[in-house]
Design a protein around this ligand. Structure first.
Ligand SMILES: C[S@@+](CC[C@H](N)C(=O)[O-])C[C@H]1O[C@@H](n2cnc3c(N)ncnc32)[C@H](O)[C@@H]1O
Length: 492
């Protein structure tokens, strides 16, 4: 614990164990622990036979096996297959501790549900659908305790990856966010708390609206940071009613708001910038100059606060973004997080990566990323998605099994180029043309099934390839199966 406390410099996370007076069996309760170094105390979540204790050093694993990579050999876009704790220990073994700017975690929410991936082969509205079990969010008999025993160590391992100016973003909902907040207080210290962001993830419709309670349409994102963490929230344009628009002497439109908690000194400064409006009765208002939005409406630019109602739910984003992975988050949500907490080139980690949203958002914004997930469907979905996005993806895992049936593909060549046509399996999630280099499969060309558009039939062709020697064609299914064939592509 001392190590963690030294690394992120928060003394109050160094808690003393209390003499145990355990709660009633099967019940959780909050008790007070006294930090060693001061008289201040902070409640800590206790539960019967609690195994998770902060400060147990995580073993550093040196197991690091590359199973697939892009032709460009880079460590900027990694997917590490495995349980979040194992992935964290691998990252520790590779020296990634204290080097990560953002950790985003979107673990199971304690929903007690099973989640199914839906691949819509003929477009998003109709046609053939392939359903595959993606992951289960079920925790057995003493379920909340099993859930906390899973979450606690993974949270702690994830926080150990952070730099002093790094932040962790933990995405949950009403079911577990209140426990998680106490766990993060315990792990990082209450002073590391930065925000509790509320994201409206769905409109209040249907079952929710008729449920005789206020619709549970919100997710919670807890943000904690190291001592040097600073966020830069973006601004958004808020339309202003015409009746509230005024014009200054130079004809510039503005709206005015009461001075609020601006000090006299700030008012003097704002007045020098021409931003103070004094009414006939002598009241002081602050001027906010207006800009037009894309719809030609005058707007005030406002800094985004912790209530996010302007990031549309996944069901409202374009079909080309929806991978069919259950619980997929919108790119806009991850882009907002990454842009407000990191700079280009910095490292973003997600240990519950699912469809790979964090990776795609990080790649689009020029950040490096490391994703982890234990699910075969997650790996398949994220691989197809990240290859489609153009990321130089490298997968760290033991080599997986190859399906017994071969890929059926043929090569045609003319004087300058070759083309490879895949006829079986039909409608793979993605397929690649590459080569085996030792134990690593190196992808030179790839194609992924288009999202949200009708399938193009069975034969899938790559053209314009420059093939000179043996190639290995692979096809990947939504459920994680991999087919492969080696073809001789040498010129005759
Ligand atoms: C809510 S989903 C993440 C969705 C993701 N944010 C997206 O946008 O697609 C949770 C993910 O956690 C994975 N998962 C569950 N338990 C895990 C564990 N112990 N270690 C690593 N991944 C785990 C599941 O396979 C699932 O993909």
């Amino acid at each position: 614990m001392l190590l963690l406390a030294q690394k992120i410099g928060i003394k109050s996370v160094s808690f003393e164990r209390l003499s145990s007076k355990s709660g009633s069996p099967g019940r959780l309760h909050a008790r007070q622990r006294r930090p060693r170094s001061s008289s201040a105390s902070w409640p800590v979540l206790e539960w019967p036979d609690r195994q998770f204790q902060i400060g147990k050093p995580l073993e550093a694993s040196t197991a690091w096996r590359v199973s697939e990579r892009a032709a460009v050999d880079s460590d900027d876009a990694l997917f590490v297959v495995g349980d979040a704790l194992d992935v964290a220990s691998k990252l520790r073994g590779k020296g990634y501790e204290s080097s990560v700017k953002i950790v985003y975690l979107d673990p199971p929410f304690f929903s007690k549900e099973d989640y199914v991936h839906e691949a819509r082969l003929d477009g998003h509205a109709s046609g053939r659908v392939v359903r595959t079990d993606a992951f289960a969010d079920r925790w057995g008999g003493s379920d909340v305790i099993a859930y906390l025993e899973m979450l606690g160590p993974r949270l702690e391992a994830a926080t150990n990856l952070l730099r002093r100016d790094g932040t962790i973003w933990l995405h949950l909902d009403y079911r577990a966010a209140y426990f998680a907040r106490m766990l993060l207080d315990e792990i990082m210290g209450p002073r590391a708390f930065i925000n509790e962001i509320v994201w409206r993830r769905a409109p209040n419709l249907g079952r929710q609206a008729a449920s005789h309670q206020f619709g549970r349409t919100l997710d919670t994102i807890l943000v904690y940071g190291g001592p040097d963490a600073r966020l830069l929230p973006p601004t958004r344009l808020e339309p202003i009613e015409e009746s509230a628009i005024r014009f200054d002497d130079e004809g510039r439109p503005f709206t005015a708001a009461p001075r609020g908690d601006y000090t006299d000194a700030s008012i003097v400064k704002l007045a020098a910038e021409g931003r103070v409006h004094t009414t006939a009765s002598g009241k002081v208002y602050i001027k906010y100059f207006l800009v037009k939005n894309a719809g030609d409406v005058w707007c005030r630019e406002r800094r985004v606060d912790a209530l996010w109602t302007d990031v549309p739910p996944l069901r409202h984003v374009s079909a080309s973004e929806r991978t069919g992975y259950p619980t997929q988050k919108p790119l806009a949500l991850l882009e907002r997080i990454i842009a407000s907490a990191s700079k280009p080139g910095e490292l973003v980690v997600d240990l519950f990566a699912g469809s790979g949203t964090t990776g795609e958002a990080a790649y689009r914004l020029g950040r490096r990323f490391i994703l982890g997930d234990l699910g075969a469907v997650s790996r398949a979905t994220a691989r197809a998605r990240l290859l489609r996005a153009g990321a130089p993806l490298k997968i760290i895992s033991e080599p997986g099994p190859i399906a017994p049936e071969p890929v059926v593909a043929s090569i045609e060549r003319d004087l300058v180029q070759s083309k490879v046509t895949l006829t079986s399996p039909e409608d793979p999630l993605c397929w690649t043309v590459g080569a085996i280099d030792g134990e690593v499969y190196v992808t030179h060309w790839h194609a992924a099934r288009s999202l949200g558009v009708r399938g193009k039939g069975t034969a899938m062709t790559s053209s314009g390839l420059d093939l000179t020697s043996a190639i290995t064609v692979r096809a990947y299914a939504d459920d994680g199966r991999v087919w492969q064939s080696h073809l001789d592509a040498s010129p005759r």
